[in-house]
Write a protein that binds this ligand. Structure first.
Ligand code: ARG
Length: 480
């Protein structure tokens, strides 16, 4: 069989051109979405009297057979078929003859490919949201388990102030919370049905786009056909959200890498997330954390690629847009997998309180607390900052901590120390005192955990909600 569009052509495509032009090698993963969309389309055509009830039934049942054959690997794809849309249409015609030739009434591949990608998008992003919420749950658990365990808080990679491990975990919780909210927001805008837009200008057939939207579970039909076949904003929004979230994954992964180094020893990553060296028998390398750190690169690439593909393209459809799928697929796979692996790694990582304790008081992380204490004694902060700076300097000379300074040393720095005993400068004391909203005090971290858990369950209920509309005879939701 020649190409489905071959009527006006006198020559076959050059083989190398055929390969170059084809998208089937990657868009075959849309087959379930394509069949769901075709069934919705034909169901609507039947209801509108554009095809007969018998034709509709015959097309739908043949499409279900094709779905099964593809799932079982019983249908081979070739570049000659060009894309998944034509491969399925061709298989349909081969099965039921002339009736199959009616399926493409009142649609174009321009709206067809987009309804497929949007369906895929809605389904894949639901899985990514599930992975992200699982990660959030893991963070809440780690935070609750380590609410009272201390570690150094850093700025400029220098010891700054002591914090709790739970507090540090809750910082990541907030980052991934924003990622979830960003993706949910992108989904809300993407949830529009392009099917029935035709090639660019709609159709003269009496179709019902509200009905296909309902059948496919979309919020509404896309408003403008020309926009619907040319719009890839939702993919760019997705890739932006994926890039930001993968940047978060990368930052967290980097903490795993240095926390597990000999210099830190803060954590032991489970053996099942590490690899050895082919030469050095002693090595246990944090390869998985490093891969998580590096995977963001390809997702940024996907975003830049897609932004560049769209730049300067005139309305409406252009073949450039066929380049939308691989970045979307790549970023979706990478994001979902990375988030799942990060969650599993967090669950399996142990903190080593002894090692953390050994380092904790290095670098005077209680200096701010000392300065704050002087403020409470009536010394203006800028002045107390200077006094504590001098204390630090003195301690550094003698390798001592602030609390070890002798009364004589203190008085030599400032005579007011005569009548001021040193406060509790223990690391735990410093952490417990930071009760301001958003602070690291255990009571405050507990509040953050409780608020986070509440937000997470309401979000999970929202994500887990069944499709808004009955799916009728559309078969299973899960794509390949
Ligand atoms: N495979 C194409 C895509 O991915 C189909 C679009 C229609 N192609 C066309 N030449 N009108 O977008």
């Amino acid at each position: 069989m020649g190409n489905l569009w071959g009527g006006r052509f006198e020559k076959e495509m050059d083989a190398i051109v055929e390969e170059f032009n084809a998208s089937i090698s990657f868009d075959k993963r849309l087959y379930n979405c394509d069949i769901d969309a075709s069934i919705a389309h034909v169901t609507m055509l039947g209801e509108q009297g554009i095809v007969t009830a018998e034709e509709r039934a015959s097309i739908v049942s043949a499409l279900e057979g094709i779905r099964e054959d593809i799932a079982n690997g019983g249908l081979a794809f070739t570049a000659k078929q060009e894309d998944i849309h034509m491969a399925i249409e061709e298989a349909l015609i081969a099965r039921i003859g002339p009736t199959g030739k009616k399926m493409h009434t009142a649609r174009s591949r321009n709206d067809q490919s987009q309804v497929d990608v949007r369906l895929y998008f809605m389904r894949e992003t639901k899985k990514i949201l599930e992975a992200l919420t699982d990660l959030e749950r893991a963070l809440l658990e780690k935070a609750a388990d380590n609410r009272d365990e201390l570690m150094a808080g850093f700025t400029h990679m220098q010891h700054a102030q002591p914090v709790s491990i739970g507090f540090h975990m809750m910082a990541y919780f907030q980052m991934f919370r924003r990622d979830i909210e960003r993706l949910m927001d992108a989904r809300r805008r993407a949830d529009k049905n392009p099917l029935g837009s035709g090639a660019l200008a709609g159709t003269s057939f009496n179709i019902d786009r509200h009905r296909t939207s309902e059948l496919l579970g979309f919020d509404a039909p896309a408003e403008n056909a020309m926009d619907a076949v040319s719009d890839r904003d939702y993919i760019i929004e997705f890739l932006s959200a994926a890039s930001i979230s993968m940047m978060h994954v990368s930052r967290f992964a980097e903490e795993f890498v240095y926390w597990s180094s000999q210099e830190f020893g803060y954590i032991s990553i489970d053996d099942s997330f590490c690899t050895g060296s082919s030469m050095m028998p002693q090595k246990k390398n944090p390869d998985i954390a490093e891969l998580l750190r590096g995977k963001v690169g390809r997702v940024y690439g996907d975003l830049m690629g897609m932004l560049t593909v769209m730049k300067g393209t005139p309305l409406s459809f252009n073949k450039d847009f066929q380049e939308d799928k691989e970045p979307l697929f790549d970023a979706a796979d990478t994001w979902r997998t990375s988030v799942s692996i990060l969650a599993a790694m967090i669950k399996k990582t142990r903190f080593n309180p002894d090692a953390i304790q050994r380092h904790l008081s290095k670098g005077f992380p209680n200096a701010t607390d000392m300065a704050d204490y002087l403020v409470r004694q009536g010394i203006p902060f800028r002045e107390s900052h200077g006094i504590v700076g001098k204390m630090v300097k003195l301690c550094e000379r003698n390798s001592r901590g602030l609390a070890d300074l002798e009364p004589a040393d203190l008085v030599s720095i400032d005579p007011r120390f005569e009548s001021m005993p040193l406060p509790d400068l223990s690391m735990m004391g410093c952490v417990r005192a930071r009760t301001s909203f958003g602070g690291t005090a255990p009571t405050e971290v507990q509040r953050q955990i409780t608020a986070g858990a509440e937000w997470l369950s309401s979000t999970q209920n929202h994500i887990g909600a069944p499709p808004r509309t009955p799916r009728g005879d559309l078969g299973p939701l899960d794509p390949v």
